[in-house]
Ligand binder design. Structure first.
Ligand code: BGC
Length: 746
């Protein structure tokens, strides 16, 4: 015991001396910032607050002059390792104060090695692998001189019409928070390292709620919803050390987020203590004029700077107006000093004042085999098996012949997905190429359509002939990359073009039909799922999507992904998310009579007076957390350490998960909770934990989750509260199924 105590004492001493050390370095950093700023003129300070895009200056001479004169704090999309190194050298050696530059770029899901789109990566439920993927992205990007990226995008969204759902982590605040933290750690790595890249948590905040899923649209979010859902991933990003945040485009409850003091100041700075840089989104300060919130550019600058935006992206309302605004007393010098200190702090934390400027580009870095290996693993784990009737999949490797059909079977650029600036389609291995490598002439490839929106049926005949002479069909359908992402929202979320018609024709051949969907959003695929024998939802899987799909199709890997979003039956069902409220008149699928089955002269006023659609009913197409694999997993022996959770106690909840099938596979075991009564109404289920287990056939694992009172906290409109009462708890394979128990919080 004594020995134990002295060890504790030693640890305590070490911690306190580390604390002292870090406090000292913090104060040294702050001292350095103040010393630097003491010599800076107001013009020098405003220069730091400007981010300029490539092409802003008519030529490189003007650009270099601006750097020498300290008129630029950061560049966006200025590319070329040598060019960046030279600009950085000029900033450090030839500018008045020797302040280095931040070189920003959107490296969203890979630099040259392209990983699956973020929504796909979110289907892996494997934060460690996502962290690794983001690290690789930064290693590649930093080798070109990039030291700041505008990721992670952690807007929670319930709307598959919104094109930017592709960039998001899906609908759930808990899952998005886990990923936010992993992505920040992966992007930034060790800040002392040459490969460190500053992360940017975006878009702060609420952008994912753009009305009707129309990009850039207005958002209305109550404070409980903001705090219980939309802010959570951002707080996780901040806690993980994100150096920067980006304010958003959207108007939030009447106040644009790039001029929103409540979110930028009260929450981000005062409550969370964020001391990094807030950059605006592209022109989002100036756009406050169009929002009807600022009268002109000068007014926009005044609002944004006072609200808390440190740096302006792309437009120049700060550069043009801040000096005058200070002279007029509309913006205080303290505000300017605070904004500039936030920028310098990031530059110092990133070590830009001392790191060597030359980037040591290594040819082994870009598209390194080890990077492609991780990209393949990430792509495999991002694919979700939605249906597998009669064990259609996996296909035997010695299959006599296989028809590979569809507009996305061989679309190297499109499989990379949205937000790819530096990836190159030529580096992609398509499913057609990967399968051909395995089957050779036993593969019959006919695209059948030129692209997903193709309305021509001219290629059908050849595709059908290929299907007829084959033992099975793989049909690669979905959307090209340009149909999702920024500004690419859709009102209709079904398969575009004549893909469904081609699927109908392929179905008529009677051959086993596997549908592989490659898309940037959860599409409305109710009819298509019914027609196919098996469905793999592969999203846009990046450079290595082809080999990853081949791994799954031929059984080298059992699918393990689970949906990070609810799949709706059609756009009219939006928004539909698993943690919705019960309402006063909940319904269950049994209450539902489909519109086509209501008798013609029915005099009934309503069928049950319950919440539902007469056409969609109440169930989504597929629930959040859903995904199959080639084996079967059985859940049993649900147990809890107690039926009561004390205010300062913990509760463990466990279940046995057994692989009762024939394939080695992974299962994502999920923990959900329902707070039955609250001071405001509570969701019908909330994800509180998950664990991925890898099991050989016949093997069993006891999965245990810990629940603490803090896990049950929520914001009720006045405060964050942990309310005593009764709770349901589930351990299961998705948000719709599971073994259930109950406990009370005392
Ligand atoms: C997007 C941001 C992006 C920025 C810079 C904007 O249009 O909304 O997500 O980081 O452009 O490219």
């Amino acid at each position: 015991m004594k020995k134990y105590l002295s060890v504790l004492l030693l640890i305590g001493l070490l911690i306190s001396s580390c604390d002292k050390g870090s406090q000292e370095s913090v104060s040294t950093l702050e001292k350095d910032i103040q010393e630097l700023m003491a010599n800076m003129s107001i013009e020098d300070k405003i220069g730091q607050m400007q981010q300029v895009f490539d092409g802003f200056y008519p030529n490189d001479d003007d650009l270099i002059k601006a750097v020498r004169e300290g008129k630029v704090g950061s560049f966006l999309n200025v590319m070329g390792a040598d060019r960046i190194s030279e600009l950085q050298r000029i900033a450090l050696e030839e500018s008045k104060h020797g302040i280095p530059l931040l070189f920003g770029r959107d490296v969203i899901h890979g630099y040259r090695t392209i990983f699956p789109i973020p929504l796909a990566m979110a289907s892996s439920w494997e934060p460690e692998l996502i962290e690794k993927s983001m690290r690789i992205s930064s290693v590649e990007a930093s080798s070109m001189g990039i030291n700041w990226t505008f990721a992670p995008m952690i807007d929670v969204t319930w709307d598959p019409r919104w094109g930017r759902i592709a960039e998001s982590c899906g609908e759930d605040p808990y899952l998005a928070s886990v990923y936010a933290s992993a992505m920040v750690k992966g992007i930034q790595g060790d800040l002392n390292d040459q490969t460190a890249v500053a992360a940017c948590a975006k878009h702060f905040v609420g952008y994912g709620m753009s009305e009707a899923g129309r990009d850039y649209n207005t958002t209305y979010i109550t404070e409980p919803l903001l705090r219980n859902v939309h802010l959570r991933p951002f707080e996780a990003a901040k806690d993980a050390g994100a150096l920067t945040f980006m304010s958003a485009f959207n108007d939030l409850n009447g106040v644009p987020t790039s001029g929103n003091e409540f979110t930028l100041k009260t929450i981000l700075r005062d409550e969370w203590g964020f001391d990094g840089t807030v950059v605006s989104d592209w022109a989002s300060i100036e756009e406050m004029i169009s929002h009807g919130y600022a009268a002109n550019r000068k007014h926009a600058a005044e609002i944004a700077v006072n609200a808390g935006v440190d740096m302006e992206m792309a437009t120049t309302t700060y550069a043009e107006n801040l000096k005058v605004l200070v002279e007029e007393g509309k913006v205080s010098e303290e505000v300017i000093n605070e904004r500039v200190a936030n920028i310098l702090r990031v530059k110092m934390k990133l070590g830009l004042f001392t790191k060597p400027v030359s980037q040591h580009v290594s040819v082994d870095t870009i598209l390194a085999p080890s990077h492609l290996k991780v990209a393949r693993e990430m792509a495999r784990k991002s694919i979700v098996l939605l249906k597998n009737e009669s064990n259609t999949l996996p296909l035997p490797k010695d299959i006599r012949s296989l028809a590979v059909v569809g507009p996305l079977a061989n679309a190297p650029h499109n499989q990379m997905g949205t937000w790819v600036f530096d990836g190159n389609g030529d580096d992609s291995v398509t499913p057609k190429v990967a399968i051909e490598n395995l089957l050779g002439k036993r593969m019959n490839f006919v695209a059948g359509m030129e692209y997903s929106r193709d309305k021509s049926t001219a290629g059908f005949k050849e595709a059908i002939n290929a299907a007829r002479k084959s033992d099975a069909i793989l049909f690669f359908a979905g959307e090209e990359s340009c149909l999702s992402g920024e500004a690419n929202s859709r009102g209709i979320i079904d398969f575009p073009g004549v893909q469904k018609e081609l699927l109908i024709e392929l179905k008529k051949t009677g051959k086993p039909l596997v549908l592989v969907v490659m898309a940037g959003r959860p599409l409305g695929i109710g009819d298509e799922i019914n027609m196919a024998d098996a469905v793999l939802y592969a999203w846009h899987g990046g450079t290595m999507a082809g080999p990853a799909l081949a791994d799954l199709v031929f059984g080298d890997y059992s699918p393990s992904g689970k949906l990070p979003v609810t799949f709706v039956k059609g756009a009219g069902q939006i928004p539909f998310y698993y943690y919705r409220k019960n309402g006063g008149r909940p319904s269950s699928p049994e209450d539902f009579t489909h519109i086509d089955d209501i008798p013609r002269n029915s005099k009934q006023l309503s069928l049950g007076f319950k919440t539902m659609h007469l056409d969609y009913g109440i169930a989504p197409l597929l629930p959040f957390g859903y995904g199959l694999t080639y084996t079967e997993f059985q859940y049993s022996n649900f147990s809890m350490s107690d039926a009561k959770l004390k205010a300062n106690g913990t509760l463990t909840v466990s279940a046995d998960v057994r692989n009762s099938g024939n394939y080695e596979a992974e299962e994502i075991v999920q923990l959900y909770v329902r707070d039955r009564v609250g001071s405001i109404t509570r969701p019908i289920k909330e994800l509180k934990g998950f664990e991925k287990v890898h099991l050989k056939p016949g093997n069993l694992r006891k999965v245990t989750f810990l629940i603490e009172p803090e896990d049950l906290a929520f914001f009720n409109g006045n405060d964050y509260v942990i309310e005593p009462g009764d709770f349901d708890v589930w351990i299961g394979p998705n948000s719709d199924e599971g073994l259930q128990g109950e406990f009370s919080l005392e």
